[in-house]
Design a protein around this ligand. Structure first.
Ligand SMILES: Nc1ncnc2c1ncn2[C@@H]1O[C@H](COP(=O)(O)OP(=O)(O)O)[C@@H](O)[C@H]1O
Ligand SMILES: [Mg+2]
Length: 237
């Protein structure tokens, strides 16, 4: 299969501090890849680096185009949608106003209504709450909202920053089931960073392990799942 994302020797950081020390990883067209790592490993920074929110060195090729150092808005226009940590809810706006914000860079405005229907088909809970002030949604619903906003871009690639964070197991399962559905039916590729290795390995086809800014292991999810170190340190059995 063709590569959708090809990252080589990615370095990034804040001010004088380097946080990512030369990451090399890739994502196949249509695939779901996960980058696992503990708190502070550099997962969020990796996603920020891909969408041009931190200073980077190294190569990032998306759909055949070099995007390292490009402006975030240009990267977004190529079809990269970011579901950030913290979910980024505009709390004073309604659910639907939040979802519609995701379409702001779209030039084909005529498609937006159809995409809104499509998003509500995946997240009927949000449709029911579409006039509700977004700040009053539950944590799980706000995560669904963040994913919906990203889907309104009609992206080729979804960057997901710990969608399970702080949510009850049942809601996490529901969100992951929907993500899998979106991957299968909409052919949206996903790069998922997670601390929750169990849930991430359940959905991803390929996994990388990130430790303090370095990739220390990579393989198919099945191989990673059965690795002794991963089991002891990240899966807890
Ligand atoms: N805005 C920032 N300014 C300075 N350092 C940061 C900033 N954001 C994150 N860091 C540092 O970068 C490292 C990696 O953070 P992060 O990418 O958020 O890790 P993770 O998402 O895996 O928890 C941490 O040591 C963190 O303290
Ligand atoms: Mg993070």
């Amino acid at each position: 299969m063709a590569k959708l994302l090809d990252v080589k020797g990615l370095r990034a950081g804040y001010g004088q501090t380097e946080v990512l020390h030369g990451l090399t990883f890739e994502l196949e067209q249509g695939g779901i890849t996960t980058i696992l790592g503990a708190n502070g490993a550099g997962k969020t920074t990796t996603l920020r680096a891909i969408c041009g929110m931190v200073r980077v060195a190294g190569d990032i090729v998306f759909a055949g185009q070099a995007i390292a150092g490009k402006a975030t808005e240009d990267i977004v226009r190529l079809g990269v949608a970011h579901v950030p940590d913290g979910r980024g809810t505009f709390v004073q706006l309604t659910t639907e106003e939040n979802v519609r914000l995701g379409a702001y860079v779209r030039s084909d405005k005529g498609q937006v209504a159809a995409d809104l229907d499509r998003v509500y088909h995946y997240f009927p809970r949000l449709k029911e709450r579409r006039m509700q002030q977004a700040g009053t949604l539950s944590g799980g619903e706000q995560q669904m909202l963040a994913i919906s906003r990203a889907l309104m871009l009609s992206p080729k690639l979804l960057l997901l920053d710990e969608p399970s964070f702080g949510l009850a197991p049942l809601i996490v399962q529901e969100i992951y089931r929907i993500l899998r559905d979106i991957n299968t039916k909409e052919k949206v590729s996903m790069l998922l960073v997670e601390q929750n290795a169990n849930i991430a390995l359940g959905i991803a086809d390929h996994a990388y392990l990130l430790e303090t800014g370095n990739i220390v292991m990579s393989g198919t999810s099945d191989v990673i799942k059965n690795d002794e170190t991963i089991r002891k340190s990240y899966l807890g059995y």
